[in-house]
Unconditional design. Sequence first.
Length: 304
Amino acid sequence: MALDLFRLLVFVTVVDRNGYSAAARPLNLAQPTVSHHVSELERTLDTRLLHYEQRAVHLTAAGREVYRVAKVMLREQERLGESLDDLAHGRRGRVRLGASMAFEQGYFLQRAIAPFCRKHERTRLSLRFGHSRREAQAVLDREIDLAYVLRWHLPTDAQFELLHTAELTFMAAADHPLSALAEVGVDQIAEAGLITAPQSGVESSYYNQLLREFGLDSDHSVLEIEGLQPRVFAAEAGLGVIAMFIPEYGRDADRGSLRPLAVGGPPIKVEAGLVRRPGEALSSSADAFAGWLRGLTRHCSAQN
């Protein structure tokens, strides 16, 4: 069948905007024209895709499948345009990377991102941070090329490549009383108070599970803030202690006014690595970044 990409775009916009009139504005079309394109798409496919009732769009089973495939086709069309634009401007490609919020730290930009960009200066890198499961799903949904994540409740069809472990490390401001101690006990951290993500957050249960291994729980939180960097700023302001995941290649990096606390007991480590779409080859640019990150982590593991 010959599918019209523009009609697929109209259909997706109607679903995303939950209505024909709402879709007409961003598409710069009249509402009857929007309805016409959806009707013609249904005629081409010889099936009903959606119905509108009680002021809401409802997809049929066929409509859900068409919507899923249409999103993929439209993303691929967008990527083709970007690739042609890269060639026209002399760029060698681009990498769309999603990284766990755990790596939203200076050492990752200093040790991984900056050297890669300097060596591949004609490659455009697009970087975003989010929850591990969400970024892994974004790879499967073709929103991004690669995800650098913690191995926690990832989608079952995600292809995970283990790169290294990261150690759960408690940090406090340099002038915090705990930073001056040769060894810090769990009870002292509990008394100082933890700065944590909101308990309703996507990965809060995972972090709480790890904290319980230290003998801490959500009751020891004195401040809840969404996002790693705001929590870092709060710790730098002396508002409490923050727990962060630090890989080997980031352990000796400059962390500003924060200092790692010498907490007794065996370290708690989590696995981290890359997620890609199974059965698909990476673009040359994405493959180059994956190789760069592999080399970085292997070098640090060999040194330690």
